[in-house]
Unconditional design. Structure first.
Length: 346
């Protein structure tokens, strides 16, 4: 039942505290039996006070002083906590005698100096302080780590949304350029290009809000984009697209590869509409290798108004596939090459 499950989850820390203290008290009470088989009230009182010491330290001293880096004040107050019950025993009653189990073990009551019997309670209180402080520090550290991860996740999502918002107009701008070229030529392919563009836009509107899309759908989207580009080219036979490997249920982040392809056509097509673009994709069970090569007909600029798609893709790779991608880009002898290796494991 969801209600009971949620209640237990909320109360889990309290239940753990109660169970641990009950177990500890049973052990201490067992050890505190005197020779007459009765519980020494001084042991009981002392260990109850030890619980109080634990929670004063756990709930107040550690958060207010130790976690605020007020170490000196923390040591003073925790020292008082350790020695107050000891002073009470010194002035009002003798220290608790050894338990029956200890006497039976030694055959007699150990002949130790009187002050030695106060050392045990001191050490127990110190242990409670150390354990309580350690637990509280760990819990606070864990909370801070969770908050830090949440902030990083929110920041990454905000950056990704910003990059997506830039990518869509960038893609539309390039696609409209293609349609404009067909219109100027009064090409019969213009209606087909509009239909293809509508398919591309439908994919962008309804699929790219998902964190992951099926690799098969992403590759179909690329094929449609290439179909749109071929319609405006003078030598579409020099556009090669090959997929090797088996596509099953692999997933990929949406619109991750398209910027490289857009870039290839943008800088690899001359004024006469001639280009040479070779795209190869090798699909493994949990890997993908993307290779794109084009002849650079136009000089690739690095100004603020160009290369938006490539810059965004680099940023998205760093955000979405940290430590799970390898990107190599080279531009030599009028040949621009991109090689991207992705780990598709989710």
């Amino acid at each position: 039942m969801p209600g009971i499950s949620a209640y237990i989850t909320r109360k889990k820390p309290l239940l753990i505290h109660v169970i641990v203290w009950l177990i500890l008290m049973v052990i201490l009470l067992y050890q505190a039996y005197n020779n007459n088989g009765k519980i020494d009230n001084r042991f009981l009182l002392f260990h109850i006070f030890s619980i109080v010491v634990f929670y004063i330290n756990y709930l107040y001293l550690v958060p207010k002083f130790l976690l605020q880096k007020k170490t000196s004040q923390y040591l003073i107050y925790s020292g008082i906590l350790v020695f107050v019950p000891l002073l009470q025993s010194l002035f009002f009653e003798p220290p608790p005698r050894p338990s029956r189990a200890i006497i039976e073990q030694f055959g007699r009551e150990p002949s130790l100096p009187e002050p030695f019997f106060f050392l045990g309670p001191i050490l127990i209180n110190v242990c409670f302080l150390v354990i309580g402080s350690s637990i509280k520090i760990y819990i606070e550290w864990n909370k801070n780590e969770i908050k830090k991860k949440e902030i990083e996740t929110q920041k990454s999502k905000a950056e990704l949304n910003f990059l997506k918002n830039q990518l869509s107009p960038h893609f539309l701008f390039n696609s409209l350029n293609s349609l404009y070229s067909l219109s100027v030529k009064k090409s019969d392919a213009a209606p087909e290009a509009i239909i293809t563009l509508s398919e591309l836009m439908r994919y962008m509107l309804y699929q790219t809000d998902n964190d992951y899309v099926a690799l098969k759908e992403e590759l179909e989207y690329i094929e449609n984009y290439l179909k749109l580009q071929r319609l405006r080219l003078a030598n579409d036979e020099f556009v090669s697209f090959e997929i090797r490997g088996t596509i099953t249920n692999q997933k990929i982040r949406p619109l991750l590869l398209i910027s490289f392809i857009e870039n290839a056509f943008k800088y690899g097509t001359d004024a006469q509409g001639k280009t040479r673009v070779v795209i190869n994709i090798i699909v493994g069970q949990k890997t993908l290798e993307f290779m794109c090569t084009n002849i650079t007909q136009n000089k690739i600029k690095t100004g603020n108004n160009t290369g938006i798609g490539l810059k965004n893709t680099r940023s998205r790779l760093n955000l979405l596939y940290p430590g799970k991608h390898h990107l190599e880009v080279s531009n030599h002898s009028n040949q621009y090459k991109v090689n991207l290796k992705l780990d598709l494991s989710v």
